[in-house]
Design a protein around this ligand. Structure first.
Ligand code: PGA
Length: 324
């Protein structure tokens, strides 16, 4: 291994992470022959194959898996070193890798906008995905911080609440239940529901409420996107329980209404979490400190009050990688 270079390890790490030579080449701004050449040299040096190809897919060999773990350790140490050095120079810089559940995309970009203004040297990547995948990544310790609803007790993680997440019942603005007060759960069971996909935290909370009351939901449709669900509500396919945050960008279209249902809004919270025992990077600690102190901004984002037609919130357009 004496002749392997950091560059070769970087190329290897990107291929293993992205499961693709082409995507690794794109990410590293290299040509594909260069990427293949670097891997060939690394393989020759190690003396064992690192990847195997079955059909069109590539898989890590046992040696590849070991090297991937080693690379993650090396790069994590190296980026910690870079952050320590920039901290010594009085600069906060480095990479912050955040992963958030689908619904958090309605407020995290705005928080990040203000954070990035304050710390222009910090390069943030935000991946948005379903709760189940966030939990998998948290268990594998693949990122710096995770933003999600309640973290399961079975998980060995540190979690801190930073924001309310009220879940509300939404219907189309002309739905017959719109002006009724204190609608019972029994009455709600007569309606068709549009549900988020399995693995969603919103869905989990909705199902627990109905199970606790021994009630059965009439599910007309499952959709993996809050936006698609809102469209389906407007299209009168049914009603849905969603986070009030999902109304953040709706402006004043007034096509959706929040129903006044007993026990609602369901009180959920947003947490940031990381694996217990994880040594947080300086940048991650800086972000946590920022979240703890961003009270004014969080008050703005808290979405505590019922909406009638629109929610006076976010207007930001931060780029995020999202499944929704
Ligand atoms: P979801 O998670 O976006 O996957 O539904 C939200 C939550 O956990 O409350």
């Amino acid at each position: 291994m004496r002749h392997s270079t950091i560059r070769q390890l970087e190329v290897f790490e990107a291929i293993a992470r992205l499961n693709s030579f082409t995507r690794a080449a794109e990410e590293l701004f290299l040509t594909q022959p260069t990427v293949s050449m670097q891997i060939k040299k690394l393989t020759d040096d190690i003396g064992l194959p690192l990847f195997e190809q079955v059909g069109k897919k590539i898989y890590l060999t046992e040696a590849g898996k070991e090297l991937y773990q080693t690379c993650q350790g090396i790069f994590e140490h190296f980026s910690r070193f870079e952050m320590i050095v920039s901290d010594m120079k009085g600069l906060k810089s480095g990479k912050l890798r955040l992963v958030a559940v689908t619904t958090a995309k309605y407020f995290i970009p705005r928080l990040l906008g203000m954070f990035c203004q304050q710390y222009p040297g910090i390069d943030v990547s935000l991946q948005v995905t379903n709760r189940e995948r966030v939990l998998e990544r948290l268990a594998d310790n693949r990122d710096d911080l995770y933003i999600m609803g309640q973290v399961p007790d079975t998980m060995d993680a540190v979690a801190e609440v930073f924001l309310d997440n009220p879940l509300v019942v939404l219907a189309s603005a002309d739905h017959p239940l719109v002006n009724q007060k204190n609608i019972s759960i029994d009455r709600l069971c007569d309606e068709f529901f549009i549900m988020r996909e399995p693995g969603s935290g919103t869905r989990m909370a909705t199902e627990s409420l109905f199970t606790e009351r021994n009630k059965k939901l009439k599910v007309r449709m499952e959709l993996g996107s809050n936006e698609a669900i809102k469209q389906a509500i407007v299209g009168r396919l049914g009603i849905a329980v969603l986070s009030r945050h999902t109304l953040a960008l709706d402006g004043s279209t007034g096509q959706l209404a929040e129903l006044d249902v007993e026990g609602f809004p369901l009180k959920r919270h947003w947490y940031f979490a990381y694996p217990a025992g994880k040594q947080l990077s300086i940048v991650a600690k800086t972000f946590l400190e920022y979240l703890r102190q961003a009270n004014d901004c969080l008050e703005d984002l808290s979405c505590r009050h019922a909406i009638t037609g629109h929610c006076p919130l976010l207007k930001s357009g931060t780029d995020v990688q999202s499944d929704d």
